[in-house]
Design a protein around this ligand. Structure first.
Ligand code: SF4
Length: 350
């Protein structure tokens, strides 16, 4: 289906099924379209309607909004959420009220607080009849499915492709109706779940529909790969007494203030420290690496056991340290991997 057919089918459908009764469609002046577009961000049409009516009754023009105190604007916004929208709208109204005319280009609109390229496109196409593409959530979903666009829509490459598609499908004529039609299609039929494909005016050309891919598009946000950090935990033990040498970690940072085995990022650092402390590196027992997962990263740590025959010789200057006896020193806070290691090594009889 080419762009022309797409536009015609969509506009025919809009003529029959478009939601022309919506209050912001009655007098599509730039200010009113702007207010509606800001309110509709992340918010359902049915929720917005009463807020829009009250808001525009109290602030019928950009000048009345500009001269109102912010508290009153926020009060009328109460319950709609995302209050930065109201603050930006108010601030932008003050700027616009000081201009000779309502801004009528994408660049001028995008220079105002809270207006992005899609909102600018909606204002310009609906209120000024300019041929400008838009890409709000509904339009994005329609285009992704219609053209079976792969990849997460938040990805810059996919975003670029979608703007190109939106630009290509936007007609020269009836642009205000087309913009509202494609938004309506996304909201009424091409919904996130259970879309009404059977009633869709562009179904014959929809690649996702014919490829059986409607349920999998748009692609979800990819799961973030959690980075991994390697480290070595030096487990110095007094083999006869089953004591473990622990140091208190600095207050800030990982395991801040807890008692832990000394941690090193390099194998060579472990060996160097051991030599300094009179421990023969050849006596070290390197256990298999283990993983402990934090919210933002994995800690892949290798326990390195250093059993001492004569721990009295161990000199640790300037560090808060102690010999920890498993099961007896419950008053100390230990990170979970350290507790687990101590339990395991105690059972192994070191
Ligand atoms: Fe969306 Fe279904 Fe229409 Fe395709 S056929 S555009 S998936 S509603």
């Amino acid at each position: 289906m080419n762009a022309k057919e797409f536009q015609e089918k969509l506009l025919d459908w809009f003529d029959q099924h478009g939601r022309k009764e919506l209050p912001w469609r009655q007098q599509p002046a730039p200010y009113r379209v702007w207010v509606s577009e800001i309110m509709l961000q992340q918010t359902r049409v049915s929720t917005v309607i009463p807020y829009y009516q009250k808001f525009t009754a109290r602030f019928p023009a950009v000048e009345t909004l500009a001269s109102a105190p912010l508290d009153e604007v926020l009060h009328l916004w109460s319950g709609l959420g995302y209050y930065a929208r109201a603050r930006n709208l108010h601030e932008a109204a003050r700027i616009v009220a000081g201009l000779r005319a309502f801004p009528s280009s994408v660049d001028d609109l995008c220079a105002l607080p809270g207006i992005g390229k899609s909102t600018a496109g909606a204002i310009l196409s609906i209120a000024f009849g300019q041929r400008q593409p838009i890409l709000d959530g509904n339009v994005r979903r329609v285009l992704i499915r219609f053209q079976a666009v792969d990849g997460w829509p938040g990805d810059a490459r996919v975003e670029r492709e979608l703007w190109q598609l939106s630009e290509a499908y936007t007609p020269k004529k009836r642009v205000a109706d087309y913009t509202q039609a494609i938004m309506d299609l996304g909201a009424a039929l091409c919904t996130r779940s259970q879309p009404g494909c059977r009633r869709c005016p562009v179904q014959t050309g929809c690649r996702a529909f014919h490829g059986g891919r409607v349920g999998e598009l748009p692609a979800p946000r990819p799961k973030k790969r959690i980075p991994a950090r390697k480290s070595f935990l030096l487990v110095i033990t007094d083999a006869r007494e089953q004591l473990f040498y622990l140091e208190r970690r600095p207050a800030g940072g990982l395991w801040g203030g807890l008692w832990s085995f000394p941690e090193y990022s390099e194998k060579a650092e472990v060996e160097y420290t051991c030599r300094l402390r009179g421990i023969d590196p050849l006596s070290l027992r390197w256990l298999p690496e283990r993983r402990h997962t934090f919210t933002h990263f994995h800690l892949d740590y290798t326990p390195v056991v250093a059993p001492l025959e004569n721990p009295i010789n161990l000199v640790m200057e300037g560090i808060r340290s102690l010999w920890y006896k498993a099961g007896l020193d419950e008053r100390y806070g230990l990170p979970a991997p350290v507790t687990r290691l101590i339990a395991q090594l105690s059972n192994d009889k070191l």
